[in-house]
Structures are given as C-alpha cells and as structure tokens.
Design a protein around this ligand. Structure first.
Ligand SMILES: *Cc1c(COP(=O)(O)O)cnc(C)c1O
Length: 447
C-alpha cells in the first residue's frame, strides 16, 4: 500500500534520440560519464538518491551546527538506541567513513575477514588495513533461478574452512552484510545471524553487521521467517542487530538521507578506541564529517525507515518492478531483493560472449532506447571473476512511481526485440586500478 504522496517535484524529460546517441558516444559508452540531466529515469544507484520526507526537511531546518554536543546529535543517539538498540554512536560522512573508523581500529596486517559478501568499499577498507577479505556466500547466492528465501545468508561452512585453513587467531573480525548488496540485495535470516554470532564467539572474534539495509532486511524476515511473522519491523531489526558487537551504517541507504553514516556499538571500550580514529579522519565525534542539519535529518530518517507502511511499500515496489520486467520476457535474477532488480544480460544477449561485455551492451541500449540509466555488474565491473553478467536497476527510495517503472520495462522489451542487432564492446581506455575500471573506463563498440 502506497505510504506517501508528492509535495515537491523535479522536472525530468527524455532527450531526443539523436542527442542520446551523441551523449553515449561522448561518454565513451560508460554511463557514469553521462550528465544526469540527460538521463530520463536514473536507476544507477539507490545510494543517497531518495526523497526526504517533510519531517526530515523540517528537522534539517531546525538542526543546529554546534561543533560539539549538538541537539541533532542527541536526536541521532536516541534514534539509534530506539531503532537499532545501540547506546554509542559515532557519525561519519558516509558508510565508507564509518568503515574506515571501525575496520581501521580493529584490523591489522595479516588478518583474515570472512563476510557473506564484501561490498566494494568494505573489501577495499579491509584490504587497506593489510587484511584479507574472504567472501562466504551460500551456494546458490549467484544462481538467478534459485528461489530460496534467504540467498543473502552467510555460509558458516565456508567461514569454518577459512578458520581451519589460517587458524582462529588470524580471524579477529567477522562481518555480515544485511541485505547482501553484492549478492543482488538478497536478505539474511535472523537465524543465520544467530549462528554467525555463535561462530564469532567460538573463535573469539568481533562480530560486525553491515547494517546499510537493515530495515529492508527486517521486512523480508517478517515475510519469510516464520518465527517473526507477527513481529514489528523495528523489533525484528533490534533482534537481528542485537547479536552484533557493532554495526556500520550508510545513512544513504536505510537512513533515508542524501549523505551520512555512522558506527554504533554497546561496547564502551570499542567506542573509545573508534573515537580517536574518527577525530583523525571524520571529525569531532558528535558530527563526524556531516553538517549538523544532516545529522538531524538522519535521526528522523532512521525512524521512518522502520515504519511498516514505508518499508513494506518499498520492497513491494521493487518486487512489482521485477514482475513488470519478467512479464515482458526480460530474464531477471529472482527472487527480487530489497533495493534493485537485476537483469540477466548474459542470457538476454546470449549471442555476446563475456569478453564483449553483454551487460554493458544492455546498459547502453537502455539509455539509447529510453534514456534509462542502470549499471553493469558483470565482467566489466568485476574483471577476472566468473560472476553472472548482471545489470542492476537500483530503485531510489520514495522517488519513482509505477509509470516510471513501466517506461523502463517497455524500454527493456524494445532492447530484447532488437537483441540480434545489439553489438558488444571492447575497452578503449583503462584506468590503473582494474577493480575500479567500470567507473571511468572508456569503451568502443565492436564492429
Ligand atoms: C553503500 C554501502 C556501503 C558504503 O556506504 P557509502 O555511504 O556509499 O560510503 C557499505 N556497505 C554496503 C553494504 C553498502 O551498500
């Protein structure tokens, strides 16, 4: 059931076809290089791209800019305590700032870190400490056709193999990412979180939950984990997060704001240690690199994120978008996760081999045909892995409605009709760090 209506609007328009063609060429066939004004429906990411509520805008105006001890920080502390159940909060400029604060405090050279799947910035921050990130997804996490309810789960079997291999003393930290962003936004069960807690206890490790999409995860838990069928969203969230020693959070996801993040914990000692690094990299620990007004808006957003009407609408909207695509014959990763629909471009454009980047070809056609911007998460984004050739269509929060999604589905259907004519790509200009190439590399269509 829809839980809000528009009160302010932003104009959008579909640039004419010849301009879209020119834009693509000028962008080196990399949609990160397009001007946002030249994009009609922008599904590049759900990170910081959503709409704030009138209550959040009111909080923004009332927020104070005190360097230390701001009123907005008090509100954030009480929101984190009420919604997530942690008494200590260290704000950061966004999620990766929080990762730097926490992982920089607890990790050292030579450590090994299991995670259901490391998000890109998490992997980079773990590696930046000289530690080794190891992904432990469940077997069917990357199978687009498996219908298991919790494909985002952490595989304890894999993590135990890692510990057997390197010894428990090298594994001081275990991370669980909910929902599992890099595995198609699939949810994680509370039962799985309990088992990861036990595992962390066995090896005497700190257990961190990457809680960026904790509210969406709780909505899935209520629908799919019987024990929680009658529980409130915020109760489920506190139950799940309560097993962790600390959480890292990006406010740009389930904080419902455009910037910000934090670390939260009940561990007074860990809090004190993190505070020192926070001052060095982020700011004084009552603002942490955020403007005071943004802290105030985040405090309100966190509470809205666990409102039943909001979060149910959120996951229903993403699921309905997935159905629209499936109805016009577009192969998608199922079941749909919390923040995006993933197209299986490898199967949609089966005439293109992985070396010709079928995902990137699909992304370019979506823009060419309908001014839609998605992002490739296959061989172009992840060189030298055997991930499926997926295209992510991320859904910004409270931003697009049914007509927008219908346009995207029609556009995707047009691409499918013309699939035989769709050509692949080769890389024309590659940056130095291959892991980050999809942000800046230039491409050329194959003849
Ligand atoms: C977005 C994200 C982060 C990093 O947060 P930013 O605000 O983008 O810096 C970390 N982990 C996960 C799972 C994310 O989705």
């Amino acid at each position: 059931m829809v839980a809000y209506k528009s009160k302010m609007v932003e104009s959008i328009s579909l640039p004419p076809r010849d301009r879209r063609e020119r834009n693509l060429e000028a962008a080196g066939y990399n949609v990160f290089n397009l001007d946002a004004d030249e994009v009609f429906i922008d599904l590049l990411t759900d990170s910081g791209t959503g709409a704030m509520s009138d209550s959040q805008w009111a909080a923004l105006i009332r927020g104070d800019e005190a360097y230390a001890g701001s009123r907005g920080f008090d509100r954030l502390e009480s929101a984190v305590e009420d919604v997530m159940g942690f008494s200590h909060v260290i704000p950061a400029h966004q999620g990766r700032g929080a990762e730097n604060v926490l992982y920089g405090t607890v990790l050292s050279e030579g450590d090994v870190v299991p995670n259901n799947t490391h998000f890109d910035t998490t992997r980079a921050h773990v590696a930046n400490q000289g530690a080794e990130p190891v992904d432990c997804p469940v077997d069917r996490a990357f199978d687009p056709d498996a219908s298991d309810p919790f494909k985002g789960n952490f595989s304890l079997e894999r993590a135990r193999e890692v510990v057997d291999d390197v010894g428990p003393e090298r594994v001081p930290l275990v991370i669980q990412t909910i929902t599992n962003n890099s595995a198609a936004g699939q949810p994680v069960s509370v039962e799985n979180t309990r088992r990861v807690r036990e595992f962390a206890d066995e090896i005497d490790a700190t257990f961190v939950v990457d809680a960026c999409r904790f509210a969406e995860n709780a909505a899935f838990v209520r629908r799919r984990e019987e024990e929680f069928a009658d529980r409130e969203i915020d109760e489920i969230a506190r139950e799940q997060l309560g097993h962790a020693d600390a959480v890292v959070m990006s406010g740009k996801k389930d904080g419902l704001v455009n910037a910000g993040g934090f670390v939260a914990t009940d561990d007074a000692d860990l809090y004190e240690r993190c505070k020192q690094r926070a001052i060095l990299y982020e700011g004084f620990p009552t603002y942490g690199g955020m403007a005071g007004r943004d802290v105030a808006a985040l405090a309100v957003g966190l509470r809205e994120a666990v409102e039943e009407a909001y979060v149910t609408d959120r996951i229903d909207r993403v699921a309905a978008f997935g159905e629209m695509l499936a109805d016009v014959g577009v192969p998608i990763y199922g079941p749909t996760g919390g923040h995006a629909v993933y197209l299986d471009a490898g199967s949609a454009l089966s005439h293109l081999p992985a070396e010709a980047f079928p995902g990137q070809a699909f992304v370019c056609e979506l823009y060419r045909e309908g001014g839609v911007r998605g992002v490739e998460l296959g061989s172009f984004a992840f060189p030298e892995t055997d991930r499926p050739e997926l295209v992510r269509l991320a859904v910004p929060r409270r931003t697009y409605s049914r007509e927008h999604f219908e346009h995207v589905a029609e556009t995707a259907a047009t691409v499918l009709e013309k699939r035989e004519e769709v050509v692949g790509f080769e890389i024309a200009a590659e940056p130095e760090i291959p892991e980050l190439r999809h942000f800046t590399a230039g491409l050329e269509p194959l003849a």
